[in-house]
Design a protein around this ligand. Structure first.
Ligand code: F6P
Length: 381
């Protein structure tokens, strides 16, 4: 196959995460070194297309004395946005692709961004290829999304540090993780970080279940400290999660860590002392892990291979330790994906004696998005 000159656009959309720059680097390297193509970085995702803005990216354009910082830096050099221009601008965004003279566009995004970009691609007849990223790891059909592994490692490091201060003071440390409606982050970090309790949105919990676990640790094993990992979207048996409405009117999951800690103290009549750590956006930062760099490099180069084969409308994914690709419609139809309450890692956690919520309780459908009137701070049910 001969490869005529192409101009490839690349953008990052949605929440940032470690490994985005490594993916950009892989795309630029493979496109320019293997095919001699031109790569344009589109700043701030669809906003850049709307504004007709683009910057030429070259392999050695950003290095420092030959050291390439893209492989090892967090964030995204292209900038990103969570809330793009409104639908009213869709036509202009679609035209931005053609105005910039792009032959193909590579979009790195989570489930929401990939769905929006795929709609725009269809509307504007774009040659589009997607790359999955998100610390939530909830993009369907890929076992791993860029950023997840680093976020898990960040949490595990925090849990390790917290264990020592918890043990010194005989305290319960409650650690609130991100993850939105999915519990992948909390589940992986909790297992790897030695948690005693892991609460995730997919498996309802009761405070009595948490208390029983803490009592068992104390009465049976003499352990006077414990680590409780709780995902921001965790829910009680009656479907309550914690959320508040921010100044922009957006409903945000927050407050579950403090709620659980207070409930533990109340339920145990203050015989247990609890402290809360909310790592928040620390989970989105940091140096990408080795795995995230490998994943980003593999997915980035595979995306360029799809462009070379002119197989558009696909997302590159990670399955069984290898890169594959699937139609974007399949990914969008199945995303987001949640922890399987009967799955192997939940069994692993329970096998380790971790309290993971109520056995046999069926998963409660996610509430976020359907909540119209959360107020600060509130119980959402
Ligand atoms: O989807 C990634 C994520 O970090 C979620 O885990 C979290 O709920 C959300 O984004 C936070 O979004 P923002 O950066 O807009 O506060």
């Amino acid at each position: 196959m001969t490869h005529t000159h192409k101009r490839i656009g690349i953008l990052t959309s949605g929440g940032d995460c470690p490994g985005l720059n490594a993916a950009i680097r892989a795309v630029v390297s493979h496109a320019t070194l293997s095919f001699g193509w031109e790569v344009l970085g589109i700043p701030y995702a669809t906003q850049g297309l709307l504004d007709r803005k683009a910057v030429a990216l070259t392999v050695h354009g950003l290095d420092m004395r030959g050291i390439d910082p893209l492989l090892s830096t967090g964030g995204t050099i292209l900038g990103s946005i969570n809330r793009g221009p409104t639908e009213a601008h869709a036509g202009e965004i679609v035209e931005g692709y053609h105005a910039l003279g792009l032959d193909a566009l590579i979009g790195i995004g989570g489930d929401g961004s990939l769905a929006i970009l795929s709609q725009l691609a269809e509307q504007g007849d774009w040659n589009f290829v997607g790359i999955p990223k998100t610390i939530d790891n909830d993009v369907a059909v890929t076992e791993r999304s860029i950023g997840f592994d680093t976020a898990v490692n960040t949490l595990v490091e925090a849990l390790h540090k917290l264990s020592y201060t918890a043990a010194s003071h005989d305290r319960v440390m409650v650690v609130e993780t991100m993850g939105r409606d999915s519990g992948h982050l909390a589940l992986h970090a909790g297992i790897a970080g030695g948690a005693d309790v892991i609460l995730i949105p997919e498996i309802p919990y009761t405070i009595d279940g948490v208390r029983q676990k803490l009592s068992e640790l104390r009465d049976r094993w003499g352990h006077r400290f414990a680590i409780v990992v709780v995902a921001e979207g965790a829910k009680t048996l009656s479907g309550e999660s914690r959320a508040y409405t921010d100044a922009q009117g957006e409903i945000r999951l927050r407050g579950i860590g403090n709620y659980i800690a207070d409930e533990i103290c109340r339920y145990t009549e203050n015989t247990i002392e609890a402290r809360v750590t909310v790592l928040g956006h620390v989970q989105r930062g940091g140096i990408p892990s080795a795995f995230d760099r490998v994943l980003a490099s593999a997915l980035g180069t595979a995306a360029i291979d799809l462009v070379a084969e002119e197989r558009f409308g696909h997302v590159v994914v990670w399955q069984n330790g290898e890169v594959d690709n699937v139609p974007i419609s399949e990914v969008c139809a199945k995303s987001p994906t949640y922890v399987d309450p009967q799955g192997c890692l939940v069994k692993t956690a329970r096998g380790l004696g971790i309290y993971m919520g109520e056995l046999n309780a069926s998963a409660i459908p996610p509430l976020v998005g359907s909540i119209a009137d959360a107020k600060p701070p509130s119980i959402v049910s």
